[in-house]
Design a protein around this ligand. Structure first.
Ligand code: SF4
Length: 220
């Protein structure tokens, strides 16, 4: 399997239940809900995306010929201190690898999950939930998109970009996730979206507010 990767970086998780935790991020190229080209945005299933996942030209990006090669590049991003924590015998001290995109489940497979584990990583995925999961993941975050069917209906966190016409929060609140987050949609009306999300969380305490801390901090 050749893995097409837009970029690799070491940063703090900015969103959801693991916010503030250091992690190596692997942003895979490509998505099944939008081509990533502006001319295709109107009419795409997912039309509010603010992520560049096209091509393999970002920092650390490229076409990796094997899982071992990709994991080596991810380990190389960990600073020395973090490497000292990559200890397979002590699960709580492992580093975190976040597989994101684009849609990571177009490429993330069992051999890559295994290779990440062998290097001492816990493996998290951030997916739109339309594709089946490979076995062995340590953390599953699903961000459902209106108009796209869900293949993944349980996991660790459900993170809904809010508001989205056609998303049924009542139905989603019944799915078997440990955490339910609303994340205000970025862009021109972000303040209004944030106020609406705050109101919704106050009225429906099962839902928690997720803010994109990395954007506010100016880190990747
Ligand atoms: S599903 Fe995610 S990566 Fe794909 S277009 Fe939507 S927001 Fe972007």
């Amino acid at each position: 399997m050749v893995y097409a990767v837009k970029e690799l970086f070491y940063s703090l998780q900015g969103e959801g239940a693991q916010a503030g935790r250091a992690a190596v991020f692997c942003r895979f190229s490509g998505c099944n809900l939008w081509s990533g080209r502006e001319e295709d945005r109107v009419g795409a299933v997912c039309s509010f995306c603010d992520t560049d996942f096209v091509g393999v030209d970002g920092p650390g990006g490229g076409r990796y010929a094997s899982a071992a090669e990709l994991v080596r590049a991810m380990v190389d991003l960990c600073p020395e201190r973090a490497m000292a924590d990559l200890c397979p015998e002590r699960a709580e001290s492992r580093g975190l690898a976040v597989c994101t995109g684009g849609e990571p489940l177009l490429q993330l497979d069992a051999p890559l999950v295994d290779a990440l584990h062998r290097s001492g990583f816990q493996v998290a995925v951030e997916t739109n939930g339309t594709r089946p999961l490979p076995p062995g993941l340590d953390w599953v975050c699903v961000s459902p998109k209106a108009g796209a069917g869900l293949a993944v209906t349980s996991g660790d966190e459900l993170k809904v970009v809010f508001p989205q016409d056609g998303i049924d929060l009542e139905a989603l609140s019944g799915l078997a996730f440990r955490h339910h987050f609303l994340q205000p949609m970025a862009g021109r009306d972000e303040d209004a979206h944030t106020a609406a999300a705050v109101r919704y969380c106050l009225d429906h305490p099962r839902w928690r507010l997720s803010l994109q801390q990395h954007r506010k901090l100016g880190i990747p």
